[in-house]
Ligand binder design. Structure first.
Ligand code: ZN
Length: 428
């Protein structure tokens, strides 16, 4: 299913024009057509009629009301069946009534289904062109490493971009030759795969051909960003895109902006300083499956400064991770929360010899640490330092009697790599 060049151009110009006017607010025209869409959804039409405020949705509620929320008559059972089969067969072309089905990541019982129409795809392509890649009539080749090839990305195979899909299920060593031959202009993938690609170019003493490198899906941490930009010799752009929507992107000035041109983003602050928040998104352009006041459990950091690029959209200083990965400990009767950032900082502070790491809360009093160090003979010494740093940081919170245990973590490349994971309990 291809999206016409004209539709892409239309949305590209529309977005460019709206940006020139520097309007980061949702226009009344956009709101009007959004209400029309809501009237096609029995769930929202009912609320509109009763003038009841729209409830905040989480993934569970969103899925519970799937059949009555979507406006295209797709049933949840059918959508799951198609999506799971696509993933199994690695064939992502099947659709229902011309609507593409995407699965969001999550544990098997907690996966979301997201629908995308042809028009929504055109908007997505327009947005990517405008915000991230920059428009050019010269056809550019994109190498895209993905866990699953949602139809959404195939749609970009237009006259201006040609996408080549690389399946994360296949080890990089078997795909590197193809990547090299492709000689792509743009490389897209999650940071862990970008790093593996960068290292392979480096090891083979080859110059990477990419003009633009885009990090998607996982949190791009500072140390990864530095290594990647030095090996690829270009700025690493971030697209914070999930099945729920196109949430943020890196601007020309190198800042990460929330996409507030057609998303209304409410901020549910998580700390007294109003730095960390959960975004609650309302997407004014989504038609097949309205996303209204949908709360994501990602922890975003707000940067209150102004950007030199001229956009007035909120700047994010970072995406910290997901709420599920916050560590929580019981101290007397109180629950103490430790954000992933504090864990990361402690590890990096411990020793410059650490090349990579993974940390997980594995029991109420146990933290597992996996390290990759520069000099193997120093492993024990580095681990000791990490242990001291972590325990010291936790003690400052009044958290004591925690065991730091060595482990050997290997990352399954088809899943998202999270350096800090809570495998013991859900955050409070
Ligand atoms: Zn900017």
């Amino acid at each position: 299913m291809k999206v016409s060049k004209l539709a892409i151009l239309y949305y590209f110009l529309k977005l460019r024009f709206s940006r020139l006017r520097r309007s980061s607010r949702i226009s009344s025209k956009m709101k009007k057509s959004w209400k029309k869409t809501l009237n096609k959804s029995s769930f929202y039409a009912d609320l509109l009629q009763k003038e009841t405020p729209f409830p905040i949705m989480d993934k569970t509620q969103f899925m519970n009301h799937f059949d009555v929320i979507n406006t295209v008559g797709v049933k949840k059972e059918d959508a799951f069946r198609v999506a799971l089969k696509s993933e199994e067969d690695r064939d992502f072309s099947p659709t229902i009534n011309g609507i593409s089905i995407g699965l969001s990541s999550g544990t098997s019982g907690n996966r979301g289904i997201f629908l995308t129409s042809k028009k929504e795809k055109a908007i997505w392509v327009g947005a990517v062109l405008d915000r991230v890649i920059g428009f050019s009539f010269r056809k550019r080749k994109v190498a895209f490493f993905l866990r699953a090839n949602n139809n959404l990305y195939e749609a970009v195979n237009s006259h201006v971009l040609s996408f080549s899909f690389f399946d994360l299920k296949i080890p990089l060593e078997y795909q590197f030759e193809r990547l090299k031959q492709l000689n792509a202009d743009i490389l897209v993938g999650q940071p862990s795969i970008l790093l593996a690609i960068a290292k392979r170019y480096q090891a083979k003493e080859l110059t990477p051909p990419f003009q633009t490198v885009i990090s998607v899906a996982e949190v791009l941490e500072e140390d990864y960003e530095k290594t990647l930009s030095s090996i690829f010799n270009c700025q690493i752009k971030q697209v914070y895109q999930c099945t729920e929507g196109f949430l943020a992107y890196t601007c020309k000035a190198g800042k990460l902006h929330l996409n507030e041109d057609w998303l209304e983003i409410e901020k549910k602050y998580l700390d007294a300083e109003h730095t960390r928040f959960h975004p609650i998104i309302t997407d004014y352009l989504r038609e097949s499956q309205p996303i209204v006041r949908y709360e994501l459990n990602d922890i975003l950091h707000e940067d209150h400064s102004a950007c030199t690029c001229g956009s007035q959209s909120t700047i994010l200083s970072k995406i910290e991770g997901r709420s599920d990965d916050v560590f929580s400990f019981k101290v007397q009767d109180e629950i103490i929360t430790v954000y992933p950032d504090f864990i990361r900082r402690s590890i990096l502070k411990a020793s410059p010899d650490i090349l990579d790491y993974a940390v997980s809360l594995s029991a109420k009093d146990e933290i597992k640490v996996s390290l990759i160090v520069k000099h193997l003979e120093k492993y024990e010494q580095v681990f000791q330092l990490v242990q001291e740093e972590l325990l010291g940081m936790l003690e400052a919170y009044g958290i004591e009697n925690i065991h730091i245990v060595k482990t050997n973590y290997t990352h399954d490349p088809t899943t998202k790599f999270r350096r800090v994971r809570n495998e013991y309990s859900k955050s409070i």
